[in-house]
Design a protein around this ligand. Structure first.
Ligand SMILES: [Fe+2]
Ligand SMILES: [Fe+2]
Length: 506
């Protein structure tokens, strides 16, 4: 705990009066700083941390009113209480003092009990004012931290442990002049069993250490959605049912706990310890708001993950239907997704694109549902008319998927995966970058897998032959069909294609 003797600046041009204040206040634990003039007082107050000012009204040069006004007009000083010393019946002096911003008065001749009680009240008022000010800046800080979290919240990637780490990092005291923050945080996360960590700021930065005993055994945890908060200063710490916990933690972590704020829930527990000032219900509420926010984000993330799984399941089910009609065996659609994700990753596309193409590539041939299975499974070469009919699976696919923001990529893939870079593809003979990147990537992935597999009209080829056909051409498949950058990527990661093929073989 930070504790210092309150510093009282006494300002009076009469040295005897200054000595009188010193004799009165020093034995009561105050540190008196004496100033004989207004200018000396202003120098001191700007150079030192003063807790209250006792100010004589009548002084030569700069008088008490002016000093008071200077203090109260300065943003950095205005919270220091100023007590003016006035003659008991000097009504006008008192009015002028109020106008100058004085907080209180002491009557002349000075009465010992009055001085002490006025100083006491002024310091209390200052402490409350500081606390309120701290609470306000904490609140602003908390709001901006919360906004930051919400702005960067990625439901599928949400990780509770990382979130708790960031809260600890945010809450813990980094600088010695932040007594409103705790020096140590202990956090527990329940994930089939409790995992406990201690956070502390050391010279290298935030240190996180695992605690090797289960703190939950020492505390009574709330059940269900309930959260329970407590704030305990040293006196209360010893009285509470937390005593065995406190002793055990002090012993295990070789520390002494002066105060503690806790927020317990059935999934997350937070203990913030050793604030530089005594703790209040406000500190507990701050902690609770972080815990509640974390629990809410986790539950939101869990729900979104379930929806994502459902989405993935439906996409896969639809893809399997198209596959069964096509007569293309087994894992073709899965492999096409994996090759495409590998190419997208190697092209430096963001993780979100890589993940989307992996899933949405599965629907590339969904339009085949509308093509006659007789044509799709025909063991001989197709007639020109049959081939025209097959080409339409691209348009049918886009129609089946329809407009849905979540399936935009699947739709463009279905429509463009047979377009070719040189414009010789179908259905729209698109050229170059007019073909969406997803379509250009699937084109090579789909082609590689088609060449590797036996189809009604062709035998299966090994990896080397397939690579040669794609990069050098065989008359049917030509390098000019592919985006040169995608083709180059294929050359660089062709081994990955082989691995994917081998590990997802039919
Ligand atoms: Fe296709
Ligand atoms: Fe395909």
């Amino acid at each position: 705990m930070i504790s210092h003797k309150p510093k009282i600046l006494c300002v009076d041009d009469e040295y005897a009066s200054l000595l009188l204040f010193d004799a009165l206040l020093a034995p009561k634990g105050y540190e008196c700083i004496l100033a004989k003039s207004g200018s000396e007082a202003l120098d001191i107050i700007k150079a030192q941390k003063i807790d209250a000012v006792i100010l004589d009204v009548m002084m030569p040069e700069i008088d008490g009113f002016e000093i008071c006004r200077t203090i109260k007009n300065d943003e950095r000083l205005r919270r220091i209480p100023v007590i003016m010393v006035t003659a008991l019946r000097a009504k006008e002096e008192r009015l002028k003092s109020i106008q100058a911003g004085a907080d209180d008065f002491i009557s002349k001749p000075v009465d010992k009990a009055e001085v002490l009680s006025r100083i006491n009240a002024a310091l209390k008022m200052k402490a409350q004012d500081e606390r309120l000010n701290l609470a306000y800046s904490n609140m602003i800080d908390m709001i901006s931290f919360g906004e930051g979290i919400i702005k960067t919240f990625k439901p599928v990637e949400f990780n509770l442990t990382r979130k708790i780490d960031s809260i600890a990092e945010h809450l813990i005291r980094h600088k010695m002049n932040s007594p409103e923050k705790p020096l140590i945080i202990i956090a527990g996360i329940y994930n089939k069993q409790w995992e406990w960590h201690k956070y502390e700021y050391i010279a290298r930065g935030l240190e996180k250490k695992a605690i090797d005993f289960d703190i939950a055994e020492f505390i009574d945890l709330p059940v269900g959605e309930e959260t329970r908060i407590r704030f305990l200063n040293r006196e209360e710490l010893m009285k509470y049912e937390f005593t065995p916990f406190i002793k055990r933690v002090e012993e295990a972590l070789s520390l002494r706990i002066f105060n503690m704020v806790s927020c317990l829930s059935s999934d997350i527990c937070f203990f913030a310890m050793n604030y530089g000032i005594s703790v209040t219900g406000y500190d507990a509420k701050v902690l609770e708001s972080f815990i509640t926010q974390s629990l809410f984000l986790r539950s939101l993330s869990d729900k979104i993950k379930v929806t994502e799984d459902d989405f993935f399941h439906i996409v896969s089910a639809l893809a399997r239907v198209s596959e069964s009609i096509d007569g293309v065996a087994g894992n073709h659609i899965l492999r096409v997704g994996e090759y495409s994700a590998a190419v997208a990753g190697a092209l430096g596309m963001p993780a979100s694109f890589v993940n989307e193409i992996r899933i949405q590539a599965r629907l590339h041939d969904v339009g085949k549902i509308q093509i006659s299975p007789f044509i799709l499974k025909k063991p001989h070469a197709l007639t020109a008319e049959e081939f025209e009919s097959i080409k339409k699976h691209t348009i049918y696919g886009a129609k089946i998927i329809e407009s849905n923001s979540r399936l935009d990529m699947a739709k463009e893939i279905a429509l463009t995966h047979h377009e070719r870079w040189d414009g010789s593809g179908y259905p729209n003979s698109l050229r170059g970058e007019d073909i969406p990147l997803s379509g250009r990537i699937i084109s090579i992935a789909d082609q590689y897998d088609a060449i590797r597999n036996q189809r009604p009209h062709k035998p299966a080829f090994d990896h080397e032959t397939t690579g040669r056909i794609i990069t050098q051409g065989d008359g049917r498949t030509m390098p000019s069909h592919f985006d040169p950058q995608v083709l180059e990527t294929f050359k660089n990661i062709h081994k990955r294609f082989e691995e994917i093929y081998e590990s997802h073989k039919d």
